[in-house]
Design a protein. Structure first.
Length: 382
């Protein structure tokens, strides 16, 4: 059996050695509460300040605009608290569940929402955004990079429209930070969500960048942590890990992206040799670390099972909702039919993946698709 091949880095990533080393002291001798008055607490408080500086530097923000949360889901939920009765907001059909389901709940509660669609490549149109804006539009939330396809949205154009109209612009940048250069000031981004575990920090720590001057109500009432807006004793070790991981990700970005581009090319060329395969994404507007394919005549779940038997971890575009297999909302929004949207496979890479892994993966994938098609009642080769 081949060593485990982990191609599911859009779901989560491995904590790097450097990040773990940076965190360890805060489980040991540096256990003090960062808010305490005695001098033993000072280095702990200092470590949190350093992490805020690291995050701020990575996205072009001021450290006073960085709020640590428990995850990007929390950051995304928090953003929508800025809405008041009577406000209209705009988001897309391809958002992560943490935005999608928050928006759906608000819609149920009586808020008016416009859901933007995407083209066949998975991109939102700035013209459609402009046309959707109303008198009472308060917030626009569009993800930076889609987590199923890796497709990058025209963030600068969308944010510029919002700036012109005086509307708050939020982006879920979870799959973009550490993969693309971001400068919230130059890009006119008012609010941005990110999470550590997608770039080699641990699970359970995220950030909301909240631009000074934008009012978002407090999320958690309590002490003075998070400037009183997001109270609760900081998850110090995780915060330290996130800061270190993001600094590393930005420092390594160019080299990593160059290496991933080569791996991606090999993977893409190999998969496209399989008959009746569809590449679900954009060739020009993508992050190199996510690829998505549909195979006619086979279901995503079947592919995953076969890959798993060969020690390969991937994911399907479709989410398993309460036992029933729903086709991916992202692929459906891109115009795929139900059947193709269920036959999808997401491959997501990290700096730890190699070309050798891709070669082995392609061999197994080709066998898998052939086998599944032979068994499939709906498959027709011509
Ligand atoms: C993973 C992910 C999230 C959720 O992050 P958590 O920290 O697990 O809550 C949100 N948005 C996107 C695009 C993601 O990929």
């Amino acid at each position: 059996m081949h060593d485990l091949i982990y191609f599911d880095n859009a779901a989560t990533t491995r904590v790097s050695k450097r990040v773990l080393d940076a965190m360890l002291p805060f489980f040991g001798e540096q256990y003090f509460n960062p808010s305490s008055a005695y001098s033993a607490s000072a280095p702990v408080k200092e470590a949190i300040n350093k992490a805020a500086l690291q995050v701020a530097a990575a996205i072009g923000a001021d450290p006073s605009e960085i709020y640590f949360t428990s995850c990007a889901t929390e950051s995304n939920n928090w953003v929508f608290r800025l809405l008041r009765d009577g406000d209209h907001f705009i988001t897309t059909r391809i958002e992560h569940a943490s935005v999608l389901n928050t928006a759906k709940q608000l819609e149920k509660n009586g808020f008016s929402v416009t859901w933007l669609g995407v083209d066949a490549e998975g991109r939102v149109s700035p013209d459609e955004l402009r046309a959707a804006i109303k008198e009472n539009t308060k917030l626009v939330s569009v993800m930076y990079t889609n987590n199923e396809t890796g497709v990058v949205q025209p963030i600068n154009e969308l944010a510029a429209i919002c700036k012109e109209k005086g509307i708050v612009f939020h982006t879920d940048a979870v799959q973009a930070v550490g993969n693309v250069e971001i400068n919230v000031k130059e890009q006119n981004i008012n609010l941005l969500s990110l999470t550590g575990h997608k770039f080699h920090a641990p699970k359970g720590v995220g950030v909301l960048y909240l631009q000074k001057g934008i009012f978002v109500p407090n999320l958690l009432f309590g002490g003075e942590q998070g400037r009183g807006k997001r109270a609760g004793t900081e998850n110090v070790a995780n915060v330290v890990g996130l800061g270190q991981a993001l600094e590393d990700a930005v420092a390594e970005m160019q080299e990593k992206n160059a290496a991933l581009a080569e791996i991606r090319e090999l993977l893409l060329a190999g998969v496209m040799q399989i008959p009746k395969v569809r590449f679900n994404g954009s060739h020009h507007h993508n992050m190199p670390h996510i690829l998505n394919f549909s195979f006619a005549g086979v279901e995503g779940e079947g592919i995953l099972l076969h890959l798993a038997m060969n020690n390969i971890c991937c994911s399907s575009g479709s989410a398993c909702t309460s036992g029933s297999l729903e086709p991916s909302h992202v692929l459906m929004a891109m115009g795929l039919d139900h059947v193709l949207a269920q036959g999808s496979l997401r491959v997501s890479l990290s700096k730890y993946n190699t070309k050798q892994e891709v070669v082995y993966f392609l061999e197994i994938l080709k066998q898998t698709i052939t086998k599944l098609r032979q068994m499939s009642p709906i498959w027709q080769a011509d």
